[in-house]
Design a protein around this ligand. Sequence first.
Ligand code: UTP
Length: 476
Amino acid sequence: MTDPRSHYEAHGQGHVFAHFDSLSPAEQQALLDQAAAIDLAEVASLHETLVTGGGVKDEDRTGDLEPADYIPLPGHSETANPSLWREAALKGEAALRTGRVAAFTVAGGQGTRLGFDGPKGTFGVTPVLQKSLFQVFAEKILATSRVYGRPVPWYLMTSVLNHDETVAFFERHHHFGLKPERVHFLTQGFMPAVDAGGRILMADRGEIALSPDGHGGALRALVRSGAIRRMEADGVDTISYFQVDNPLVRCLDPTFIGFHLLHESELSSKMVPKAYPGEKVGVFCQRGGKALVVEYSDLPEALVEETGPDGQLRYRSGSIAIHLFNRGFIERLGGGGGGNACLPFHLAHKKVPFVDGAGVRHEPAEPNGYKFEMFVFDALPFAKNPIIVETERADDFSPVKNAEGVDSPRTCRDDQLRQFARWAQAAGIPLETDETGLPPFAFEVSPLFADTETRFKKAWEALPHKPVLTEGLVLV
Ligand code: UTP
């Protein structure tokens, strides 16, 4: 590898090596490796457009918007067609039986809002056993593999900041019953944080302040890492994308997969009607015939509140970050063999601790640094035949984002309990719940016992000795 120091000097980033001579040989090498992986021209141009230039103007983002069309759930709209839903389910089940589908979890985020010390996927979420998010997904994937008689490969994206800890966690837990050769880790790219003047911030004297390049980095990471090639070799053409923070997600939903395939869609997304106008979720819209997600903060106030003749919010389609990708689409968008960036970068203004040229460490009280991130939903306008499919929030979405309040471990636990209670009641088990559907005690249903209401009823009926539903009961 050539010494990047002169290159950094030429780009006005020579300060990155200010302490180079005082570093140990190993530290020097680590810094050289970090520096070599950064595209300084890209950093300079991002700083120029996003920080100095102020980025894309709001009116550019939101002009000419219309609400996006979506496929409504049966019973939720007069136009919903139950026979299409049945056809889609059959199509998706056939795809799972023939091994066309892989699960894909993006787990490279830093989870700063939750404030948990460790990769977010290792956080315990289930009501009784406090199973980790990773374990919940692993068991759901295993359950699907068993039902359809075909093991589903699982790809997980980590970042340089949590990769080793994530892999060690899986090894310690024997991959939660999955065959290790079917669990594939790939590491996403990273970007340096810069100050207002575009100078790269140093996390330490020999370490650049790096952060993962956003969940949109998944596309190029899938290509660069060779994961896409492996999928092709394994006959996988459909990638079921979900986030690490949502244990309610149906990791491999046959009906959603079926709709995706029937429409020959390159990118399909699930939506839920927003719970209230100001809910902080991206909204599916369209502009010029192209589907797109507009972030909640970018949707003009007038559109946030606007209602249609039916009294419903016009811009109601909330994005819950559950998608299906066609493999060829990722290959095309992720840069073919090269894995170049393809999606626009967004700017985040954050507090970034740093070490200055004199070696003094600063813990800023106010945001001082700029981070650059790609968002996966920015792929939507590039996709052919994209579709948006409605889902029941209660059966697909309850993320753990914050330590307390909305979307916290508490709300997520309660949502899991409500789901278990609904399944129990549907199976005829007497169970009193409050007006929100919450049972008075905590119990837990393992995905290996049942991962849907229908399978719960079947598994319950098949139990020779039915246990009494009480505090702490775990059905496995
Ligand atoms: P969030 O937007 O919730 O970000 O990520 P986060 O980093 O997990 O949490 P905060 O904002 O710091 O509190 C949504 C999903 O995208 C993944 C996360 O792991 C999560 O599954 N993600 C996010 C990545 O894989 N890489 C990234 O660079 C960013």
